[in-house]
Design a protein around this ligand. Sequence first.
Ligand SMILES: Nc1ncnc2c1ncn2[C@@H]1O[C@H](COP(=O)(O)OP(=O)(O)OP(=O)(O)O)[C@@H](O)[C@H]1O
Length: 387
Amino acid sequence: MIRFDQVTKRYADGTTAVDDLSFEVGEGELVTLVGPSGCGKTTTMMMVNRLIEPTSGRIFVDGEDISKVDPVKLRRRIGYVIQQVGLFPHRTVLDNTATVPALIGWKKSTARARAAELLDLVGLDPKQYGSRYPEQLSGGQRQRVGVARALAADPPVLLMDEPFGAVDPVVREQLQDEFLRMQAAVRKTVLLVTHDIEEAVRLGDRIAVYGEGRIEQFDTPGAVLGTPATPYVAEFVGADRGLKRLSVTEIEPDDLDQPAVARAGDPARQAAARLRDDDARWAVVLDADGDLHGWVGIDELSLAGEEGLVGDLAHRMNAWVPVGAPLKQAFGVMLQHDAGWVAVLDGARFLGVLTPAKLHEALRRSVDADAQGVARDEVSFDSVADA
Ligand SMILES: Nc1ncnc2c1ncn2[C@@H]1O[C@H](COP(=O)(O)OP(=O)(O)OP(=O)(O)O)[C@@H](O)[C@H]1O
């Protein structure tokens, strides 16, 4: 969808900002450009909407050489989000969002209806926020309006330059999450500039790690973290890349342990006897459909009366995550609930539990799989200690 073919940008003072760059962003793909300040990320991005012209080489958008496309028409197909947001202070949030549709001649009512829809999509209730002015919003809310505005004319391509840079880390994570949810729904082709490797890893389908004016590695987050292509990338990615990798490694059913299980409808004493036989101190409680009901300890079961049922004694289980969630989320839930394990669910259905040991093992497997260029389940080692 976006293709750079041997693109070089040399500024008038002789600075080579981008040097012989070739790479491609597929349709619906989100590529993050990450690297230290001054390495040429913004220059790269601004050449796509022709705010900067390359010195040599060609750039294609949707197969078309953009040097042959009228820049104004080109920009209508390309949404642009920048850190400073650049909202018009004297226009309401709704009118700010409707800027581009109005510019390209949509009827005012259609443009506004579309703007309201977009505000909703980025998590701002148009009834509550549509008539406000930008200064009446928080930084995070302004950023959302910036994203809504960039999407308003439904451009196939989105350029985002440090879009979440101006907000505090907690709001940033929220915005990133919302953006990922939105991107899953709208599937734009996105080029996103950031200097934050954590953000690049979190958002990118692929990451381009920039050295000076050049891409040092262009690969999936897992591969960049697991097998940095050069010492420069290894250093940029940082020594704590195992931790970052927690954010990109998904929980798979194979990672799970199967603890003792009791059915909610079973007599409590009978369940206690079974746990004793299995040498288990607690059990996960499931209902008749295999959905998670809670958990129960052996002591409570043993003390139950004749008629007591497992389900009546079960505690609510708050420490759970959906299958496919990143390991980091499971780790977070474990810490939050001070739990030795978390339940993993597929919808409401219980699949198993993730323990710290299994979490570590999944992480190692994921690193080794990339290093060996094989699938995660093809990696074997005797124990985590050997890994
Ligand atoms: N108009 C210009 N004239 C001369 N040099 C420029 C110009 N614009 C940018 N540069 C230089 O080109 C190089 C790349 O700049 P660019 O803005 O693309 O980097 P960046 O990676 O986006 O950095 P940052 O993360 O700080 O925004 C830098 O050395 C910068 O000083």
